[in-house]
Design a protein around this ligand. Structure first.
Ligand code: PLP
Length: 536
């Protein structure tokens, strides 16, 4: 292999206005760029950001109506953050947590504790939401272990829910389209119904439902045995799965009481809803509850650096430290540069009263979204709290009938919005298969004029979406491209699993555990010699 193949030369003066493909960088002759994420969409190339706006390299302006993935709480190009980052870079960017303490980490931890209830006073830094959830899971498990309750190892969570992409956080996630390929690799933790009133998983109606989704926790604990359960983990307001679904007010106080009665830890996943996003600093503050462990990330640095944290009760940490220390940690965690940036980000949230702004302008945003609902029949529901909102699309508002999965309505909506200079975050609430909605969560720095502009652009995008959906309805033809056909076929497989209808699903020949699951027979390789099978 030639050195050029291993390390292809970069163009000396890359023309930023040309789309990148493999002929410019990466593998010579490749038709695609070498960088990949979930899909192969062609996206605009970002140039810079200012306030609530982002600009691509052709100068097109986008109003960041979802703060990326509900991250950029301070908007873009914040000068205070730039100064704080530069000052810390000049001093020291990285030190390792077993070799040095650092002031920014201490001060940030102090600030997070000051903003928490008095019982929550210990902080552990990570680099992302998923790492935070993993850390919460391992801390809870190690706590029970260290006090001699080794049986407590099961983590209860909800369906639908989203807690992250790593295997532990995915095991807690209830979102079939993301879970199913990895079922053989993850622990099968039980899930209870999420408080998702618009499409209630229990098919009930508030308030006659008696908040049965909360009481399901007690039934789950009783059936698995409290001695086996370590913790219950929940998002305060549904995020990337149920699209800003706010639970009834009774929900969390009931959940907290059940956790206390059965000696189960309560972990609040505040990754998307924390740091002022919903009009309180932490998302769980909408109710009078005190969790045992809180996970935060995203807004913690407003996207200016990757960082997350867990905030927990001293009793947990004392026991774990007494028993030999927390057996967990990540290389970059708590580095001075990330902590200095996050510290400045949270100070700005406080100084500029952005939590209050989220509450006040959130009310205005919701009013304006309801006006859009009056104008566009494709909107079935407007929900959320503060500057965290979602609009869910329906084919029939009265029946709350969702659009066919292969119309990919949320993706179409996001694409049309982008064409109209607005970014929104497309998701699906019915386990990832349907229930199309988009999250609207602009930077907390937005003002009234910014919201008016957001609504104007969204209004135009929704008009275009309605026309497209009328066309789909008339022709009955979904817009099908190669990639969407593949995704839909995959969705169908997923749906068969979800319905437990495995007759149509081809066993995956080379995935031992999957075949074992499907056939119920222990896996013995075709190549195996006699006597090579599993031991009795
Ligand atoms: N928890 C919640 C509630 C989230 O919304 C997310 C991400 O969207 C995560 C955890 C995972 O965070 P990350 O993508 O930073 O790993």
């Amino acid at each position: 292999m030639s050195i050029d193949r291993i390390n292809p030369p970069l163009p000396s003066h890359p023309d930023e206005s040309l789309p990148l493909d493999g002929s410019q960088v990466g593998i010579p002759g490749s038709p695609r760029p070498v960088l990949f994420y979930q899909r192969q969409d062609s996206l605009p190339v970002v140039s810079h950001g200012r306030g609530i706006y982002l600009y691509d390299i052709h100068g097109k302006e986008y109003l960041d109506g979802c703060s990326g993935a509900v991250v950029a709480n301070l908007g873009h190009g914040n000068e205070r953050i730039a100064r704080a980052a530069a000052a810390q870079l000049e001093k020291v960017a990285f030190t390792y947590r077993t070799q040095f303490e650092n002031r920014p980490a201490d001060e940030l931890a102090e600030l997070l504790v000051q903003l928490s209830p008095p019982e929550l006073n210990r902080v552990f830094f990570v680099n992302s939401g998923s790492e935070g959830v993993e850390s919460a899971i391992k801390l809870a498990r190690q706590y029970w272990w260290s006090i001699g309750k080794q049986g407590k190892s099961v983590f209860l969570s909800r369906r639908p829910s989203y807690h992250g992409a790593t295997l532990g956080s995915l095991a807690a996630t209830g979102y079939s389209s993301l879970n199913i390929p990895f079922i053989p690799l993850t622990v099968a933790w039980p899930k209870i119904s999420a408080p998702y009133c618009y499409h209630c998983p229990l098919n009930k109606q508030y308030p006659e439902c008696n908040i049965d989704c909360a009481h399901e926790l007690e039934w789950a604990i009783q059936s698995y045995g409290a001695d086996n359960i370590a913790a219950f983990i929940a998002e305060p307001i549904g995020g990337a799965s149920t699209g800003a679904a706010v639970p009834p007010d009774e929900y969390f106080p009931i959940v907290e009481k059940i956790c206390r009665d059965y000696e189960i830890l309560l972990i609040i996943d505040d990754v998307m809803t924390g740091c002022g996003r919903t009009g309180t600093f932490y998302g769980y503050e909408h109710w009078d509850i005190t969790p045992d462990i809180v996970v935060t990330a995203k807004g913690l640095s407003a996207g200016y650096t990757p960082i997350g944290a867990i905030i927990c009760r001293t009793e947990l940490i004392d026991e774990v430290l007494r028993s030999g220390g927390f057996m967990h940690g990540h290389t970059f965690a708590g580095n001075p540069l990330s902590c200095a940036i996050a510290l400045e980000a949270i100070r700005i949230v406080i100084d500029e009263q952005l939590v209050e702004n989220s509450r006040v302008l959130g009310t205005y945003l919701h009013e304006r979204l309801h006006e859009l609902k009056d104008r566009h029949v494709v909107i079935g529901d407007v929900r959320g709290r503060g500057l965290f909102a979602a609009i869910e699309f329906v084919a029939d508002r009265a029946a709350r009938r969702v659009f066919p999965a292969d119309w990919f309505v949320a993706l179409e909506a996001a694409e049309l919005a982008r064409e109209h200079g607005l970014l929104v975050y497309p998701r699906r609430s019915l386990f990832g298969h349907s229930g199309d909605h988009v999250l609207i969560a602009p930077p907390l720095t937005i003002d009234k004029a910014g919201i008016d502009e957001l609504i104007t652009r969204l209004d135009r995008a929704l008009a275009a979406l309605s026309n497209l959906l009328i066309e789909y309805t008339e022709t009955r033809a979904a817009k099908i491209e190669d990639s969407t056909v593949k995704r839909f076929e995959q969705d169908e497989d997923v749906a068969d699993y979800a319905r437990a209808d495995l007759s149509e699903v081809e066993p995956v020949e080379d995935a031992n555990v999957t075949r074992q699951m499907i056939t119920g027979q222990p896996y013995i390789s075709d190549d195996a010699e006699e006597g090579d099978g599993p031991e009795e």
